[in-house]
Design a protein around this ligand. Structure first.
Ligand SMILES: C[S@@+](CC[C@H](N)C(=O)[O-])C[C@H]1O[C@@H](n2cnc3c(N)ncnc32)[C@H](O)[C@@H]1O
Length: 234
C-alpha cells in the first residue's frame, strides 16, 4: 500500500563532470511504484513518471520514414527513445550519442534498469561524446532524433544552444536520406525553433515542418510537451 508521505529520492550514482553534476536517483511514486530520475549538468533532465513523449519522439520519426534503417539518437538518457527505435524491426543501425561517460559507464555496469538491453543491442553503436560531433554533414541517416535538453529554451548545457542554431540544423537536415525525418523533443512549445525550421525549409526546399504538441498529466500537474519534425521529400 502506498505510504502517505513518499520517501525523498535516493541517489544511486553520482559523478562530477566539466558540465556539472550528473546523478541517477530513485524515489517512490504517489502510486507506490519506483521512479528513476536523471540529473544532468545539475539540472533535472527526466524521470520515468511519464515517458510517453520520449517514446513518441521515436515512433513519430520512424512512422514518417518509409525505410528507417539508420537512426541517430542524441542522447541516451534513461533509454526510452532508443528502446522504441530498437523495437522497430526495420531498424538495422542505431548510433546513440551520449555526452556523459559516467552515464554510459553506469549503463554498462547494469546500474540503470531502464537501459538494460539497449546499450548491449548489437545494432547499437555508442558515441560517448557530443551529438554535435556527428552533425557534421558527413554521414546520412534515415531518422535523426534529438532529445538532449529540455528544449532550446531550457538547456541542460549552455554549449548545446548551437545545436538549435541555423548552421547545425541545416547540417542535420543535409544528413537526412531522401524521405528521412529529423525530430526534436522539447518540454514546452518552442515557437523560435519552429520558426527557424520553417525558414530553413523555405530556403532549402523539399522539406515539410510539423509541430506536434502533447498534454501530459504528471502527478497532478498538466504539462504540454512538443516535438518538432522536419521531413525530407522522398
Ligand atoms: C533528457 S535525456 C534523454 C532522454 C531520452 N530521450 C530517454 O528516452 O530516456 C538527455 C540526455 O542527453 C545527454 N546530452 C546532453 N547534451 C548532449 C550532447 N550535446 N550530446 C550528446 N548527449 C547529450 C544528457 O547527458 C542526457 O543523457
Amino acid at each position: 500500500m502506498p505510504s502517505a508521505r513518499p520517501e525523498p529520492a535516493r541517489t544511486l550514482a553520482r559523478a562530477t563532470t566539466p558540465r556539472g553534476d550528473i546523478a541517477l536517483r530513485c524515489r517512490e511514486t504517489q502510486g507506490g511504484g519506483t521512479a528513476y530520475e536523471l540529473i544532468v549538468g545539475g539540472v533535472f533532465a527526466m524521470d520515468t513518471i511519464d515517458v510517453s513523449t520520449e517514446v513518441e519522439l521515436a515512433r513519430l520519426g520512424l512512422a514518417a520514414c518509409a525505410q528507417p534503417r539508420r537512426v541517430l539518437v542524441g542522447g541516451l538518457g534513461l533509454g526510452f527513445t532508443a528502446r522504441a527505435v530498437l523495437e522497430d524491426p526495420r531498424v538495422a543501425d542505431v548510433v546513440i550519442a551520449e555526452i556523459e561517460p559516467a552515464l554510459v559507464g553506469w549503463a554498462g555496469d547494469g546500474l540503470v534498469p531502464t537501459l538494460t538491453g539497449v546499450v548491449g543491442d548489437p545494432r547499437v553503436r555508442l558515441h560517448t561524446g557530443d551529438v554535435a560531433d556527428l552533425l557534421t554533414g558527413d554521414e546520412t541517416f534515415d531518422v535523426i532524433l534529438l532529445d538532449v535538453d529540455n528544449g532550446p529554451s531550457f538547456l541542460v548545457h549552455q554549449d548545446n544552444s548551437s545545436l538549435y542554431a541555423d548552421p547545425t540544423l541545416a547540417r542535420a537536415l543535409a544528413q537526412l536520406a531522401p524521405g528521412g525525418a529529423l525530430a526534436i523533443w522539447a518540454a514546452q512549445p518552442e515557437p523560435g525553433l519552429l520558426a527557424r525550421l520553417a525558414a530553413l525549409a523555405d530556403r532549402l526546399g523539399g522539406l515539410e515542418v510539423r509541430e506536434i504538441a502533447r498534454t501530459v498529466e504528471r502527478e497532478g500537474r498538466t504539462l504540454t510537451y512538443a516535438t518538432y519534425q522536419a521531413l525530407a521529400a522522398g
